[in-house]
Design a protein around this ligand. Sequence first.
Ligand code: FES
Length: 154
Amino acid sequence: MLTEEEKTKIEAEIRENEQKQAACIGALKIVQAHRGWVSDEAIKDISELLDMTPDELDGIATFYSLIFRRQVGRHVILICDSVSCWIMGYENILDRLKNRLGIELGETTPDGRFTLLPVACIGLCDHAPAMIIDKDIHGDLDEEKIDDILSGYV
Ligand code: FES
């Protein structure tokens, strides 16, 4: 069930668009901002407000990699796996992250602190390899920087 606050914000988002369905990404982001992710139940509730089927909305949510359809940790690490980052050492950074966190891509640490996910180019190619944690961008990564960066997220 959507909260009154979520509904109010989604209705405001709908009013800003000529077609209800155009508010779908905004609506998904509103719910994710409140809950950290978007559950099946939330997909159903949002789709009713947008006059869409849950399957239609789920297709959009699943396509858009920054909408999380599974529960995530307190902090989400999005590591760029596109060409520039790949060339500049993505694999070493990923190995370090996996080693330090004890998880694979797509997983969440048992303490719920971090989720590690891949993402396509984040537009920081001139500072590759790069990653985003929550809303923070981290570029020019090397293995030594990883521990320091992770320690900033509790
Ligand atoms: S390829 Fe990684 S930021 Fe562009």
